[in-house]
Design a protein around this ligand. Structure first.
Ligand SMILES: [Zn+2]
Length: 172
């Protein structure tokens, strides 16, 4: 059996193992496991922790799930909006949690968050590069590069996300 396969969600080199995955953020099992292991590092070590929102936003927007699942649709919109705020509006990464919570509350049940057809390619970085790196000094910059490259890959929806984020900022 091959040690690695490509994740059908993000294309990442991922561990070839069987098991459960996230309910609507669909991925290969190995990709999900690598994500969980990276989160464990971020929860247990301050040097890793500061990159947390980059990791979560990048991973979520590389695993779009099913277009009929409203949880998947909301999730992609919310995490893309967070990437927009961090990369285009200079939102500090530590404020991303509040932004996501308030943005999500604002649009809850509104019907304004819709399925966004994903790009053909999500860029050339994935969870694999983060998972494979054991140098805490490099973790943050790798996560930032990954998040930025995922945000760029969604270019055809940048206007939509910017409109949603600005509508929220103007009316909140
Ligand atoms: Zn994946």
């Amino acid at each position: 059996m091959d040690e690695y396969i490509n994740c059908f969600g993000c294309g990442s080199k991922s561990l070839n193992i069987d098991g459960e995955t996230h309910e609507y953020m669909l991925s290969s099992t190995g990709c999900w496991i690598m994500f969980c292991e990276v989160l464990e590092r971020e929860y247990s070590d301050f040097n890793y922790a500061k990159a947390h929102h980059y990791t979560v936003d990048a991973y979520t927007t590389q695993h779009v799930g099913n277009e009929n699942d409203v949880r998947a649709i909301n999730s992609v919109n919310i995490h893309l909006a967070s990437l927009y705020m961090m990369f285009e509006r200079n939102l500090d990464i530590i404020d991303a949690a509040d932004f996501k919570m308030n943005f999500s509350q604002f649009y809850k049940g509104s019907g304004d968050l819709v399925w966004l057809e994903p790009p053909i390619s999500f860029g050339n970085l994935t969870i694999y590069e983060l998972w494979d790196n054991n140098n805490p000094e490099l973790h943050f910059s790798l996560a930032e590069k990954w998040a930025k490259s995922v945000w760029n890959s969604w270019e055809k929806h940048h206007q939509t996300i910017s409109r949603l984020a600005n509508n929220f900022l103007n009316k909140k």
